[in-house]
Write a protein that binds this ligand. Structure first.
Ligand SMILES: O=C(O)CCC(=O)C(=O)O
Ligand SMILES: [Fe+2]
Length: 364
């Protein structure tokens, strides 16, 4: 028998992904099994969303519609967030992750229930790896923080006082909140675009965007050490949609196309990567796709990014839009937004005490 060193590496046949209710295998299609699919991520210019002409706004919505059906991903150009704020954000995030570990660990919280607030934590999204290499700082919608602007009719009983934990730097907190307000503005704009894309009244989702759950998660990805490492394992997002600001010029984000091939989504200056999350996929009966993606940082450089996960308030029932129901595709069973997010987070945070406890109770 030939020495194994001379044998060609077998081509992988599957990609392992964390999507839907857990870990699944996605087949890699080659040769004549290949399907037509996307190989690049389109750019959509949002400047016309502030046009007074409905037909101009509808033209933007049409581009969003096509991208969400085809790849579930797009780059938002002219999102309205100033370059100055983005570069300040980038600076304070690097400064935060440069702090000594003991300092960062002061802001970790052990109690993670819904809404998820803060963690510097190891996830394991791809069980064939040793776990995600990233460090994360998350800040959710915590109405007790005075920078927040909760609506008058907010149900305060749904929010714990053990919300966001902020590090000592006031500047970090101030800039994160400025960015949070700016990205929420764009999210509201995007919600109106999605409403038009689905032939709904433009303001159909305004209530959902009043005080959404989700929040910001600043991420630091060290350069990976082995070829099997991942910054963040292959997964689909649990959100309604996600807006990723790739703060460094380090290309590492990859999106899985329908043939099981990874398509690069490199940083493009002053854009946001927008992707459909599971909740929007469910509400559209899979017409908009919540596409699997991952981060692999092979560049030898550090990478920083900050996703904003937008999801409706946790009590919102996610139901199929009537326009997306057909005789072949009946409506899905309604699900509470918060229940879905909580379960998915508990599964992903495999080592976290709240996940360990939920596993012991047989809940996940
Ligand atoms: O860092 C990125 O570019 C993407 C992060 C991501 O996919 C996530 O946090 O869900
Ligand atoms: Fe993601």
């Amino acid at each position: 028998m030939a020495p194994s060193a001379l044998l060609p590496e077998p081509e992988p046949e599957y990609v392992v992904v964390h999507a839907g209710k857990g870990t699944i295998k996605r087949q890699i299609l080659t040769g004549d099994k290949k399907k037509p699919t996307f190989e690049t991520i389109p750019q959509v210019d949002f400047s016309k969303m502030s046009s007074s002409s409905l037909s101009e706004r509808k033209a933007v919505a049409e581009e969003v519609n096509a991208a969400f059906r085809h790849s579930g991903f797009l780059y938002a150009v002219n999102h309205g967030i100033s370059e100055e704020l983005q570069s300040e954000l980038s600076r304070v995030i690097k400064e935060f992750f440069d702090l000594p570990l003991e300092e960062k660990m002061k802001v970790i919280i052990q109690l993670i229930e819904f809404p998820p607030v803060l963690t510097i934590d190891r996830f394991m999204l791809d069980e064939t790896t040793r776990g995600d290499l990233k460090e994360a700082f998350a800040a959710g919608e915590d109405p007790y923080d005075p920078e927040q602007n909760p609506p008058e009719d907010l149900d305060w009983s749904k929010f714990s006082r053990n919300g966001n934990q902020w590090p000592a730097s006031k500047e970090f907190r101030t800039i994160m909140y400025q960015y949070s307000a700016a990205i929420l503005d764009f999210s509201r704009n995007l919600m109106r675009t999605i409403a038009l894309a689905l032939d709904l009244d433009e303001h159909h989702f305004d209530d959902m965007a009043k005080f959404p759950t989700g929040g910001l998660r600043a991420l630091h990805y060290p350069s990976q050490e082995t070829s099997n490492d991942v910054g963040i394992g292959a997964h689909a997002d649990y959100s309604w949609f996600t807006l990723v600001n790739q703060l460094s010029d380090t290309p590492a984000l990859e999106v899985l196309n329908h043939n099981g091939q990874w398509v690069s989504a490199p940083p493009i200056r002053n854009t946001l990567v927008v992707n459909v999350g599971d909740l929007l996929e469910m509400a559209t009966n899979n017409e908009f796709v919540s596409t699997v993606h991952r981060v692999v940082n092979k560049t030898g450089k550090e990478r920083y990014s900050i996703p904003y996960f937008f999801a409706p308030t946790s009590e919102t029932m996610i139901e199929t839009f009537p326009s997306c129901v057909t005789s072949e595709k009946p409506a899905m069973k309604p699900i509470k937004s918060g229940d879905w997010l909580r379960e998915r987070l508990l599964r992903a945070r495999y080592k976290h005490p709240s996940s360990v406890a939920a596993r012991a109770r047989g809940e996940i």
